[in-house]
Each structure stands twice: as structure tokens, then as C-alpha cells.
Design a protein around this ligand. Structure first.
Ligand code: GTP
Length: 389
């Protein structure tokens, strides 16, 4: 899942991590030189690791502003270092000199990046996001957020620059995906029953399979479910959903092929009310938002049996097309959220990253396979973890 995108993010991590490391080395060199100069005043020996360790030990001993005490011996014979130990005092003074200069090197490995340092890498990142089918406004928002996090502020980079970059990427992607998170389980639990959910989208993206997965999931949660076979348009659609309903063991309300879908959905709602069912899942025929007749039919379905939720279903593998369709459907029939199918076959991840940001409506679930249990409740944190696992 999302393998190409993972590679691209990893490339960015490495390229910008290298830039930070190079900049940090540039900043550290003058410190090393000044430490060497200081050492040179007292010894001919080159700087060695053991010296840095020794300095580290001394840094721990040195108070925040130690110079007044140790650097200049008191003319009145007052010093924190006893007069009776002149050699020890001199050595302590030298070590403090190194310690202060090396402190930044040893403990405070920090860097301040400016935009020029990372502008090439950010450009590469934006290209990589666009190649991954992430919508342009979303790619720009991610790049801007990464830039804001990395540029300008003083960064403690520690030993692993990759982590610093990864965190900036994680935060940026999480923030574009976490818009309006909506918990369907909580909604169903609290809502008056029956809860009526209508599924819309184009042909062949996995709507019927998704309704079946959802029916199984809700049944497993001990809800009673009724499916409305509202796709009366496509030959074989009613038989297809009837097979699923029978396998899962939930009630199906169906009419003849070519019948009025609004009447099927109305009957399903009446049946649910009469039998105290908890949830009605209404299938609808696949359609483009530009198909005037089918959109009018969909409006009729929604008018006759007002749904509590309208969920847009599309396939993640369609990338930007899926996002554009979601936007178009959302302006025709306001949706409450999206489900993206076939994420198991999607190497780019662009639709999943873009769709909530573009529509302003949350992703609710991801389809991750053809089995009934291959429906993953969407959690932006889980998603971001997948990208960096
Ligand atoms: N790999 C994979 N395949 C899926 C997933 N969801 C659905 N499919 C497959 O996609 C194909 C189309 O699914 P359907 O559920 O028939 O599509 P539909 O949108 O109902 O089609 P229409 O009835 O024409 O609107 C089927 O072969 C499904 O098994 C998924 O999450 N992963």
C-alpha cells in the first residue's frame, strides 16, 4: 500500500536530512577551530575523542556562568579553587575554556535553516506529491507546513536529522487529513434509530461491495441492518447485492430491475421502522454528477426518504479523478463523508491524502481488499504511520 509515495517521502527525508547535516557541519567547524586554538594555547596535541569526553565531564561540573570564578584568578587571593592546588587550578581553567567553546558541539547540536537551504528539496517534495496524485492545493499546503516547521526556528538536530524531517512531514500530512474527523460508530450509537445511510458514486468503484462490508461490520456490532437494493439501473446489480445480503444474513428490500429506486428505498425505510431495525444501507445506481436524469433520480431518493447520512464512495486508485468527483458530487448532493475503496491496490495515496481537505468532509473508511472484513475505519494517525512504517 502506498509504496511509491513511501519511497518519495523517504527520498525527501534523506535529501533534506543531508542538507541539514551539511549545514550543521558548516556551523560546527568554527567551533572546532576555536576549540583547537584553545587547546593549542596549552598543548600541541590534536583534538581527540577522549578530549571531548573529558570536556563533557567538565561541562557537567561548570556552572552556567563560571568564567568570573575560574577564568581570572582573584587578585585578592579569592577563588573557588584552593590556592594550595595551583596546578589543578590551571588545568581546571583550561578545561573550562574548552568546555564552554565545545559545549555547543557536544550538547547543543543546533541549526537554523533558512529557506534557501531547503528550497530545492521543497520543490522536489512538491513535485513528488503531485506525481503521487495529491491535489495541487493539498500538495502546496503540505509543502508550506513542512517549510514553516523546518525554516527559521532553532532546531536541535541531535544525531538523527531524518527524525526531524519525518516529524515535519508527519505533522503536515496529518493536518491536511484530519479535517472534520467523524466517528460513524459513535454517531450510529447515539442517533435515533433507524439510521438511514445512502451510498453514492460512479459505476464500478466498489459501492456494492462496500455496502456489504458495512452491513457485515454493523451486524457484527449487533445492529439489525436492512439493505435497500436501490441500483435498479444496472443489469445484475440487484442479484449481486442479494447474494451479499444472503451471505451476510441481513434483510434486503428489492424491486424489479428498472423500477423506481426512490420507491425501493422508501419501502426499506418503512420495513426498518416497522421491524425496529437499527440501520438502513441504501445502494444507488452508479452515475456521473453530470448525468442530469440520474442526479434528479438521486435527489428524489433523498427527498422521499431523507437520509441521515450521504456517503460518497470512490476508488483510491483513481487518484485525482476520485477527488474531483467527490468535489462535484458534494456540490450537487452535499455528502457527509467519503469511503475510498481499493487502497490495497493503490501505490500513490494521493486520493486518500487529498479528499478530506478538498471536500471539507472526512474519510470514514478505507476499503482494503475484496473480503467482507477488509474495511478499515479511517484514522489519520494510523494512515500517517503507514506512510513511515
Ligand atoms: N482490491 C479491492 N477490490 C475491491 C475493493 N472494493 C471493491 N472491490 C472490487 O471492485 C469491483 C467492483 O465492485 P462493486 O462493488 O461491484 O462496484 P460498484 O461500485 O457497486 O459497481 P456498480 O454496481 O456498477 O456501481 C469488484 O470486483 C469488487 O470485488 C477493495 O477495497 N479492494
Amino acid at each position: 500500500m502506498f509504496n511509491k509515495l513511501k519511497d518519495k517521502l523517504n527520498n525527501f527525508k534523506q535529501s533534506i536530512g543531508k542538507t541539514i547535516d551539511e549545514k550543521a557541519v558548516d556551523l560546527e567547524e568554527p567551533i572546532v577551530e576555536s576549540v583547537e586554538e584553545s587547546i593549542g594555547e596549552t598543548t600541541e596535541a590534536p583534538i581527540e575523542d577522549t578530549m571531548v569526553e573529558e570536556v563533557t565531564e567538565v561541562v557537567k561540573e561548570v556552572p552556567a556562568e563560571p568564567v568570573k570564578v575560574a577564568a581570572e584568578p582573584s587578585t585578592q587571593g579569592q577563588s573557588d579553587v584552593p590556592e594550595s592546588q595551583p596546578e589543578k587550578k590551571a588545568s581546571f581553567k583550561q578545561k573550562i575554556g574548552f568546555a564552554q567553546k565545545a559545549k555547543a558541539l557536544v550538547f547543543e547540536r543546533e541549526v537554523i535553516l533558512d529557506e534557501d537551504d531547503i528550497s530545492d528539496a521543497l520543490w522536489e517534495l512538491e513535485m513528488a506529491l503531485l506525481e503521487s496524485d495529491i491535489a495541487i492545493t493539498v500538495a502546496e499546503a503540505i509543502v508550506e507546513a513542512v517549510k514553516d516547521e523546518l525554516v527559521g526556528s532553532r532546531k536541535k538536530i541531535g544525531s538523527n536529522t531524518g527524525e526531524l524531517v519525518e516529524q515535519a512531514l508527519r505533522n503536515a500530512i496529518y493536518n491536511v487529513m484530519a479535517a472534520n474527523v467523524f466517528d460513524l460508530d459513535e454517531y450510529i450509537e447515539k442517533a435515533d434509530k433507524p439510521v438511514h445511510i445512502v451510498f453514492i458514486g460512479i459505476n464500478g468503484t466498489g459501492k456494492t461491495t462496500t455496502i456489504s462490508k458495512m452491513a457485515k461490520r454493523l451486524k457484527d456490532m449487533n445492529y439489525s441492518v436492512v439493505i435497500a437494493a436501490g441500483d435498479t439501473f444496472r443489469a445484475g446489480a440487484i442479484d449481486q447485492i442479494a447474494i451479499h445480503a444472503e451471505r451476510i444474513g441481513v434483510k434486503l428490500i428489492k424491486h424489479q430491475e428498472g423500477g423506481d429506486p426512490a420507491a425501493v428505498v422508501y419501502d426499506a425505510v418503512q420495513h426498518a421502522k416497522a421491524n425496529n431495525a437499527d440501520v438502513i444501507l441504501s445502494d444507488t445506481a452508479g452515475r456521473m454528477h453530470t448525468n442530469v436524469n440520474l442526479m434528479a433520480q438521486l435527489e428524489k431518493v433523498c427527498r422521499v426518504s431523507t437520509p441521515d447520512l450521504i456517503i460518497f464512495v470512490d476508488e483510491a486508485v483513481a487518484g485525482n479523478d476520485a477527488v474531483e468527483r467527490a468535489e462535484q458530487f458534494n456540490s450537487a448532493v452535499p455528502i457527509d463523508g467519503s469511503i475510498l475503496t481499493k487502497t490495497d491496490a493503490d501505490s500513490k495515496g494521493g486520493a486518500a491524502i487529498s479528499i478530506a481537505y478538498i471536500t471539507g468532509k472526512p474519510i470514514l473508511f478505507l476499503g482494503m481488499g475484496q473480503g467482507y472484513d477488509d474495511l478499515q475505519k479511517f484514522d489519520p494517525k494510523w494512515f500517517v504511520d503507514q506512510l513511515f512504517e
